[in-house]
Design a protein around this ligand. Structure first.
Ligand SMILES: [Zn+2]
Length: 325
């Protein structure tokens, strides 16, 4: 949780790195935004107080940057400050927002920007409710409300073609994307990842409806459809990019994962070697699948592996099968 001391520290000595960066020209922003959004978010303007219904909005969900869709606040951190501007006590993530000293208007204040695209959001003050004591005083037009109907999970269990195929048939799964995560190189190419030198793992990023399937159920499918006991390998695929991994996005997900690994430790003959780490970045795999098939000598293996995996999934997790499949 961020406190006023952290905010002053960021404003004085630099802000944490964002997960991603979005840069556009003023012309491009003008094209995308309304006149008022452009004035507030791109020209550091301030909307009139009490000009938005967002002040009285306390439904669950999240608030994202109107410019770049980065999630900035959870509705659970919103409170009624009586100021006429939507107010929050804490950002969604420590690196979601950047902080800058602002001496305009004859005041010394801390300006808040979206850390991803530098949109002006408003200011933060040390007079908010406990425990953080912070009041993020935001312009409603710089934010948009996002309903909490989708969640994302990221797992690695070897060759992502195999894992992707399994999760596509799970009920409540909206989409599955293959890619790389948890490495050291920014924007790696597929070839670089395959070299095993970038530190990335092949992963699937699963967008799902948490009202239909839970994070814990997805984890069970993940653990039940790959071998979590072989270090840096799945069958014939050997290399750190094939490691077994769970990349959590919240403390709650971390706890669910640790508990499940504990529970499953007796069901495997060898020790579980699955990594449980905080999710940082996801790089989608190249859309051009042909390259994969041409370059990957294990193609036959992969094909041979997918069908048994799906068969196993259908048998073990019948209650989680997508009824449309
Ligand atoms: Zn933004």
């Amino acid at each position: 949780m961020l406190t006023w001391t952290d905010i002053l520290e960021f404003a004085a000595n630099g802000n944490p790195e964002p997960d991603r960066e979005v840069r556009k020209s003023d012309d491009e922003w003008r094209e995308q935004l309304t006149e008022e959004q452009f004035y507030v978010a791109r020209q550091h303007g301030t909307e009139r107080p009490f000009s938005s219904g967002m002040c009285e909005l306390f439904e669950p969900g999240k608030y994202a940057c109107v410019c770049c869709d980065t999630l900035l606040f959870d509705a659970g951190e919103k409170f009624d400050s009586g100021t006429g501007w939507p107010s929050f006590t804490q950002p969604a993530k420590e690196n979601a927002i950047s902080y800058h000293g602002d001496n305009s208007m004859g005041m010394t204040r801390v300006e808040t920007l979206c850390n991803t695209c530098d949109a002006h959001l408003g200011h933060v003050f040390p007079d908010g409710p406990a425990p953080s004591g912070l009041r993020y005083c935001m312009n409603a037009v710089a934010l948009k409300k996002v309903d909490d109907t989708e969640a994302i999970a990221t797992f690695g269990g070897g060759c992502y073609w195999c894992t992707e195929a399994v999760f596509r048939s799970v009920k409540g799964v909206i989409s599955v994307e293959s890619g790389f995560s948890d490495g050291e190189v920014v924007d790696p190419t597929y070839k670089e990842v395959c070299s095993g030198q970038t530190g990335h793992a092949e992963v699937v990023q699963i967008t799902y409806d948490p009202e239909v399937v839970s994070y814990g159920e997805l984890l069970r499918v993940h653990m039940g459809t790959h071998d979590p006991t072989t270090l840096n390998a799945q069958g014939a695929d050997v290399g750190t990019q094939y490691r077994s991994t769970i990349l959590y996005r919240s403390e709650q997900e971390r706890q669910v994962a640790e508990k499940l690994l504990e529970e499953l430790s007796d069901t495997f003959e060898s020790d579980i070697v699955t990594d449980v780490k905080a999710f940082e970045k996801f790089y989608p795999a190249p859309a051009d699948h042909d390259n994969y098939y041409n370059r990957n000598p294990n193609q036959g293996y992969c094909q041979a592996v997918i069908s048994p995996k799906i068969a196993k999934f259908r048998k073990t997790f019948q209650h989680l099968l997508n009824p449309d499949e």
